[in-house]
Design a binder for this molecule. Structure first.
Ligand code: SF4
Length: 209
């Protein structure tokens, strides 16, 4: 595979949130600009300078490009902090701590890339949530590593498949910036009407008298 075709790390977030969202964004290139996207862009504008800064005993390597030939993913991680001999990948998120794992997958995938590049183990990463100014430590457990690798494989496979159906998760759909393009509730309504109109005496081989 051409390195230009490696799956961008940021799309893993979309994949874990909803496979249909991943397909709409990555495969079809759809994007809806809303206040959340603008806030996220504004937040990253403040940390978009590549380079290394020092805060106390910590060296912060900002905007690091990472990739994995084994997993065929690549992308930019917001920062890699170097503290007491440890490397800690850090992502900045505009929202509050989320209940779903999408941010963890993205961070863990970045750590897997770093491990492959540097040949050393990375024990944990951190996510800074801008909305409530909290840092969450994310241990890279065996389970998280396995789940992240499984998500990467599934996302690669989904690229050549038809678009997935909407997920059954109204809370996520209400918060999704692609709701106006995806039309999850309308699609479900249409599917359910079609199912109700199916003649129970008919099957794929024809209709009985
Ligand atoms: S609206 Fe719901 S089903 Fe559609 S992409 Fe967003 S989360 Fe997925």
């Amino acid at each position: 595979m051409n390195p230009d075709d490696y799956l961008p790390l940021s799309y893993l977030n979309a994949w874990e949130y909803c496979p249909r969202r991943f397909y709409l964004e990555y495969v079809l290139g759809e994007m809806e600009i809303n206040e959340h996207i603008i806030q996220g862009t504004h937040l990253h504008r403040n940390i978009n300078e590549a380079g290394t800064v020092q805060e106390g005993e910590t060296f912060i390597h900002q905007q690091q490009w990472v990739w994995s030939d084994r997993l065929q993913v690549s992308g930019v991680i917001d920062a890699v902090e170097e503290r007491e001999g440890q490397l800690i990948p850090v992502e900045y998120k505009k929202g509050k701590m989320a209940r779903h794992l999408s941010d963890h997958f993205q961070l863990c995938a970045a750590a897997l890339c770093l491990e492959e590049r540097l040949g050393r183990t990375i024990a944990h990463g951190e996510i800074f949530y801008h909305a409530n100014r909290r840092r969450q430590q994310v241990p890279f457990t065996a389970q998280l590593r396995q789940a992240t690798e499984a998500a990467i494989r599934a996302a690669h496979e989904a690229i050549d498949q038809p678009m997935p159906a909407p997920i059954d998760h109204p809370r996520k759909c209400q918060a999704c910036s692609l709701q106006g393009i995806c039309l999850p509730f309308e699609v479900k309504q249409l599917r359910s009407s079609k199912q109700q109109n199916v003649d129970p005496l008919c099957d794929s081989t024809g209709c009985r008298d």
